[in-house]
Write a protein that binds this ligand. Sequence first.
Ligand SMILES: O=P(O)(O)OC[C@H]1O[C@H](OP(=O)(O)OP(=O)(O)O)[C@H](O)[C@@H]1O
Ligand SMILES: O=c1cc[nH]c(=O)[nH]1
Ligand SMILES: [Mg+2]
Length: 208
Amino acid sequence: MTNIYPSPHPLVAHKLSILRDVNTEPKKFRQLVRELGALLTYEATTDLQMSPIDVQTPMGTAKCHELAMKIGLIPILRAGLGLVEGVWELIPTAEVWHIGLYRDEKTLQPVEYYNKLPVEPTVSVCLVLDPMLATGGSAVATVDILKRWGVKRIKFVGLIGAPEGIKALQIAHPDVDIHLAAVDDHLNEKGYIVPGLGDAGDRQFGTA
Ligand SMILES: O=P(O)(O)OC[C@H]1O[C@H](OP(=O)(O)OP(=O)(O)O)[C@H](O)[C@@H]1O
Ligand SMILES: O=c1cc[nH]c(=O)[nH]1
Ligand SMILES: [Mg+2]
């Protein structure tokens, strides 16, 4: 399938290598997650729909373009929170709708604990934000929720994906583009990505 986009950008690779390092402390880790969120979103949004607009400059009229669609950022709590700020810097008009999911430690199945989406969709494009795509359960469940909400255009923006999670998301939602900083080797017996970066939530929030 062709909907998986690992970033080819040297800045992304450089920042990811520092992020992975077991010695990178939470403050630096949060900064890198924020920066990577912005860089990956820049790559993920090249095909957004635009509408023409005439802008008066001090020298005349410029034929310009503006975003034509309302964009929603959907961070998956907790770890997805760290990606919001960098993306919001680029798209300040985006709405942010939080989805709370945690993985059951034994079954690795996602458990929903927060969802305050209004009845009718208020956005037409959603960027699902979560650093880790491991089994894919959390991403698939979030896209399920967004499709039930009525959103048709959905992209996943994350940092590291395991082949297992990428496959699961592709099979469940082949229409969802997957933008990542890297694709890693495999999942371990506890569902952690190897080599990965450990627990993205714990490393951001200092809870390890
Ligand atoms: O692809 P999956 O197998 O579903 O795993 C990925 C999920 O696991 C992590 O969240 P976690 O459950 O640790 O919650 P947290 O962000 O609150 O730490 C991560 O942030 C993803 O949401
Ligand atoms: O490697 C992993 C897998 C799931 N969640 C994480 O935070 N890290
Ligand atoms: Mg976690």
